[in-house]
Ligand binder design. Structure first.
Ligand SMILES: [Zn+2]
Length: 99
């Protein structure tokens, strides 16, 4: 007879008590690129094509490169971290609009 397992916030690692409200999330970050950067001058750029090429060559840091193409995490966050995430993702920069 064990009660609900104490959850841990994926963002701040704080323990979330069973009586606390928590927020379940699934985050998928997929690398995309609409236009390739200028070749040569911008050699330091992380072009998606470059990443994929490195992946094909079986680079040692393949896992890291793979994460740049597709990164997926799911878990729960506490209410404090939820507000940070919501604020970060729902407030586009003012300059982004065409008006
Ligand atoms: Zn948290």
């Amino acid at each position: 007879m064990s009660g609900p397992r104490v959850k841990t916030c994926a963002a701040c690692a704080r323990g979330i008590a069973p009586s606390e409200v928590y927020y379940r999330f699934t985050l998928i970050l997929e690398g995309e690129q609409d236009v390739l950067g200028p070749s040569g001058a911008g050699a330091t750029q992380d072009d998606l094509a470059t990443i994929l090429k490195q992946l094909e060559q079986g680079d040692e840091s393949a896992q890291e490169l793979e994460d740049q193409v597709h990164w997926e995490r799911s878990g729960v966050v506490c209410s404090a971290c939820r507000s940070v995430v919501v604020r970060t993702l729902s407030a586009p920069p003012e300059a982004a609009g065409p008006h």
